[in-house]
Design a protein around this ligand. Structure first.
Ligand SMILES: [Zn+2]
Ligand SMILES: [Zn+2]
Length: 633
């Protein structure tokens, strides 16, 4: 795997597991050549969770081929051949590659084209080596495990296409992904976890449960929230809004666009132009300039330089909020000013990086900006962290750690804001985190140039880390926008700004919630909370009466009016992840009762309608994660 042109240092840093996985890539290559001796091999590095090998092969590989390939791999593992390193000269290596002996089991009548090419990438002064396992020779710098027998616990995972060296002008290859672990138990655990993740995949569940969709004609990475997904989002927003009201935030609304000049002042344009939707300008002006002979690239650079007035979709809400702060006279008595907005922003992510709700081009942040005096930072941060804790705790996400990104004192020139301010802010952050009893790590040198930051890293139910809940102190933007308040000394002072977003992006957070709950949202968050299942036509009127009572509690309730058998009605309701099913048959109807079923707990018995309403009302208003017990009658 000679395409792996990492420095010697980086190679030596290969972890034990990476070394094992890379060695398994050699085992895979050996097996491929046993079956298809003319295959051309390119590169086979370890990657996160496994390894791959890029192969040029006429036969179109599919997962149906895996069994055969795995059999050949097992034979190579069983042979337990040592990985043997042979250092050779550049000329020898080139001769071997040209005679087809490298990346092969024997000399071939064809040249090993990719290896010939890869040899040229190896710097003049670097040692060239081949590694042999049995008859298979590969151009490789290593390192490997001792023997092929070490690669016992492997599995082929998938096949994809990939351009040679990742360049679309190069030939298209077939990339086989596999994974390998120290032992079978670790492999099994990994496979179970993958299966669990697959079952929970929010793209799959989002489609099955009709939560959101993405439409090519609307644009990649732009989420269409369908009615059920929108209901989940609205519950979340309402919940956050209530908490913001308690903390004396003001809700504001700002437009989705702003003038380029605004972002020139904030520093978002043109420096981050690559990661933004293209700027736009008045049609009349552009048409006039174009008719006068300006080329497209000239127009672009006039926009960039501010010779034409332009606009763009907002990549951040901060500049708009700063303008709201600056729109009034502010005295120290007015501070802190806390401006909150569910603000939608747009970023131009590369299309290869887009996927479901977790990587998108438009998203809504639960954003807010706090403008305060330096003395108020500590209390404000404590309030922000308390809010993040409240949100995560309510959703049962209690497995998280807190990461403080601080400045690197050795690199003081890098940071804006006075040393005194930084000391103050870092101490305030530490104090806030400690007073809330949070476990935290400090990462020196990780702060942005404009201020220290706090992140929450949340572990989901299947052990994956998600970075959420950011609180960022900022000394830069108040300076750039020259905002001030009048202090008790009657002189103007610069406020400190805090950016904070407890869940970050609502799109990404809902994607996480779908996976975390496997689509089984707690009742307060569920798009449909109760489904009433009349056993026959005769009970529909009774079902309607119960539905009316639930609606009076603002419950989201539906009646299954199909002629399906009750078993099918229950099944459909559970497939839709509806928390409660209320079955009404002849007897229940006569006694003003319902037979209560829960999607997870099954049969909860027959209860009076009022008993159910009371427990249900409590569960929703207290935002319980588990069903409230039904009082016994
Ligand atoms: Zn190797
Ligand atoms: Zn901001």
């Amino acid at each position: 795997m000679s395409a792996d042109r990492k420095t010697l240092d980086e190679r030596q840093q290969m972890s034990d597991l990476e070394r094992l996985r890379h060695s398994c890539a050699h085992v895979l290559a050996t097996a491929i050549l046993k079956i298809w001796p003319d295959a051309q091999l390119a590169a086979g590095p370890p990657v996160e969770n496994g390894f791959y090998y890029d192969i040029d092969l006429e036969h179109r590989l599919t997962p149906d081929d895996f069994e055969k390939i795995e059999e050949a791999m097992k034979a190579e593992v069983k042979a337990n051949n040592p990985f043997e390193k042979v250092v050779i000269s550049r000329e020898e290596a080139l001769a071997l590659a040209k005679s087809g002996r490298i990346a092969a089991l024997s000399e071939r009548s064809i040249e090993s084209t990719f290896k010939v090419d890869l040899l040229e990438d190896i710097p003049e002064d670097e040692e060239i080596s081949i590694f042999k396992n049995g008859d298979f020779w590969d151009l490789c710098a290593g390192p490997h495990v001792a023997r092929t027998g070490n690669c016992k616990a492997f599995k082929l995972m998938s096949v994809a296409s990939a351009f040679y060296k990742g360049n679309k002008d190069n030939p298209q290859l077939q990339r086989i992904y596999g994974t390998c672990f120290k032992n079978k138990t670790a492999l099994e655990e990994h496979l179970v976890k993958l299966e669990e993740a697959r079952k929970r995949d929010h793209r799959k569940l989002g489609r099955e449960l009709n939560l959101f969709s993405i439409d090519e004609q609307v644009g990649q990475g732009l989420i269409l929230w369908k009615p059920k997904g929108a209901l989940v989002r609205r519950q979340l927003q309402d919940f956050i809004t209530v908490e913001l009201d308690k903390q004396d935030y003001y809700q504001v609304y700002t437009p989705h666009i702003g003038k380029l000049d605004l972002y020139r002042t904030s520093g978002h344009f043109p420096y981050y132009e690559e990661s933004q939707y293209p700027a736009f300008a008045e049609r009349d002006k552009l048409e006039k300039l174009a008719s006068e002979g300006s080329t497209c690239s000239e127009l672009m650079s006039m926009l960039r330089d501010g010779e034409i007035e332009g606009y763009m979709l907002k990549p951040m809400n901060c500049p708009h909020h700063i303008k709201i702060f600056a729109s009034e006279h502010r005295s120290y008595r007015d501070l802190p000013v806390r401006l909150a907005e569910f603000g939608t922003v747009y970023r131009w992510e590369q299309s290869g990086e887009l996927g479901g709700m977790t990587r998108v081009r438009g998203f809504t942040q639960d954003d807010a900006h706090l403008f305060c005096t330096p003395e108020q930072i500590s209390d404000e941060i404590q309030g922000c962290l308390g809010l993040v804790q409240k949100v995560l705790g309510t959703l049962g996400m209690n497995d998280y750690r807190v990461r403080l990104s601080l400045r690197d004192p050795a690199d003081a020139d890098k940071y804006v804001g006075s040393e005194e301010n930084w000391d103050n802010a870092e101490a305030a952050i530490r104090e806030a985190v400690e007073s809330l009893g949070l476990d935290y790590t400090e990462e020196k040198g990780e702060a942005a140039f404009y201020g220290p930051k706090i992140d929450f890293v949340v572990k989901d139910v299947i052990g994956r880390d998600w970075q959420l809940g950011t609180v960022q102190v900022d000394y830069n933007l108040p300076e750039r926008f020259d905002i001030s308040y009048v202090g008790s000394d009657n002189k103007p002072h610069r406020p400190v700004m805090i950016h904070r977003a407890p869940v970050g992006s609502l799109e990404r957070f809902c994607g996480l919630l779908i996976e975390h709950f496997e689509g089984k949202f707690p009742t307060w968050l569920a798009p449909e909370q109760v489904r009433i299942l009349p056993i026959g036509e005769d009970q529909i009127a009774d079902a309607e009466a119960v539905a009316e009572k639930l609606k009076a509690l603002n419950a989201r309730v539906k009646i299954d009016r199909t002629s399906d058998k009750i078993g099918a009605k229950i099944r459909n309701s559970r497939l839709d992840r509806v928390p409660y099913m209320l079955v009404i048959g002849k007897r229940e109807a006569e006694q003003n009762q319902v037979s209560v079923r829960h999607r997870d707990l099954q049969d909860l018995g027959v209860h009076s309608v009022d008993t159910f309403l009371e427990a249900f009302g409590h569960e929703v208003s207290a935002k319980l994660l588990q069903p409230a017990p039904l009082a016994s009658e």
